[in-house]
Design a protein around this ligand. Structure first.
Ligand code: SF4
Length: 321
């Protein structure tokens, strides 16, 4: 099963799956399993428990749970196997939380990374504005929640759990500064460099498998865009949620630069294809060749073995690096 793409639509609670269960029932069963296996559940556990449930439905439900901040995904040490586990409930981290704080926190948690407006919290909680302000201030002080401003409505405060990254609909266009609409070239350069470094490191790790043959070395040097996205997100290089598609735009730029090779592979658990990338050594000193002075020389038509302009007298060659 592939890692989740948060831009995919959330499952409708009323949808009925092939095995007769609604997606809400499947989600409830998944939550039971997550409680039963606090260290995490894998695809194998899910497939054993619900073999007739469509894999894409399971992915969608796990995506939804992750976007709500209820579940986190991780990779088991030393393997490529993905696991999902429950995140500790924020209320359990608040000592002495009163009922009002629990109600407000529950509403904020439910809103996930899209956040919730103060007005909606007040209506749903039936608290007075003064009480709500006091509760929000207390929760902010405990660093359990935070507020963010939406690019579409900068004056409105949207509250979400402290550890969540705001949804793209809140942060605005990717790679562009929302204030001055300028292209975030430094951010792109940072991600570009980071992605390349990851692939270089993977290549070095793969080189250690020389005794297993060149095919193994080559195959081991690939990383999927999903893996790179996961590591980049964990490193918190950016303040918004990085999607696999975002990372692929960066990786594709590296492919165009000739630094990286792209391939596809089947996911193994799903029938979908995943995009794989590996660092490649540059076959020739690319930059030097492109800087050859003859390529832009205004007198190239007059340059030859005889005459006033000859390569052996050319001063540009001495300046060529
Ligand atoms: S050798 Fe010098 S003068 Fe001749 S074409 Fe090249 S750059 Fe121009």
């Amino acid at each position: 099963m592939a890692s989740a793409n948060s831009d995919e639509p959330s499952p409708a609670a009323s949808t009925v799956n092939d095995d007769g269960r609604s997606e809400a029932e499947i989600e409830a069963r998944m939550l039971e399993l997550l409680h039963q296996f606090p260290k995490g559940i894998s695809n194998k556990i899910l497939d054993t428990d619900m073999p007739t449930v469509n894999k894409q439905i399971k992915v969608n439900i796990l995506n939804e749970l992750m976007s709500k901040g209820k579940v986190s995904m991780f990779k088991a040490a030393g393997t490529q196997e993905l696991f999902w586990c429950l995140k500790s409930h924020p209320t359990s981290r608040i000592k002495g939380a009163d009922n009002e704080e629990r109600v407000v926190l529950g509403l904020i948690e439910e809103a996930g990374n899209k956040g919730i407006w103060t007005k909606d919290i007040r209506i749903k909680s039936s608290l007075s504005q003064a009480t709500l302000n006091k509760v929000l201030k207390a929760l902010e002080g405990k660093k359990v929640i935070k507020f963010v401003s939406s690019v579409s409505a900068p004056k409105i405060k949207l509250y979400m759990l402290f550890n969540l990254q705001p949804d793209r609909s809140i942060t605005g266009r990717l790679w562009y500064n929302n204030e001055n609409n300028e292209f975030e070239s430094e951010l792109v350069d940072l991600l570009n460099h980071q992605c390349f470094e990851m692939l270089q490191q993977q290549k070095e790790i793969a080189q250690q498998k020389q005794n297993e043959g060149p095919v193994t070395v080559r195959n081991s040097s690939f990383l999927s865009s999903k893996e790179i996205c996961q590591v980049s997100s964990d490193m918190k290089l950016v303040k918004f949620n990085l999607t696999v598609e975002d990372i692929e735009t960066i990786l594709d730029a590296l492919v165009f630069e000739g630094k990286v090779e792209k391939s596809t592979a089947s996911d193994g658990n799903c029938n979908e294809k995943v995009k794989m990338y590996r660092s490649v050594a540059q076959p020739v000193p690319f930059a030097s060749i492109t800087k050859t002075p003859c390529g832009v020389c205004p007198v190239i038509n007059k340059c030859g073995k005889v005459g006033a302009i000859q390569p052996k007298m050319c001063k540009y060659f001495n300046e060529w690096e």
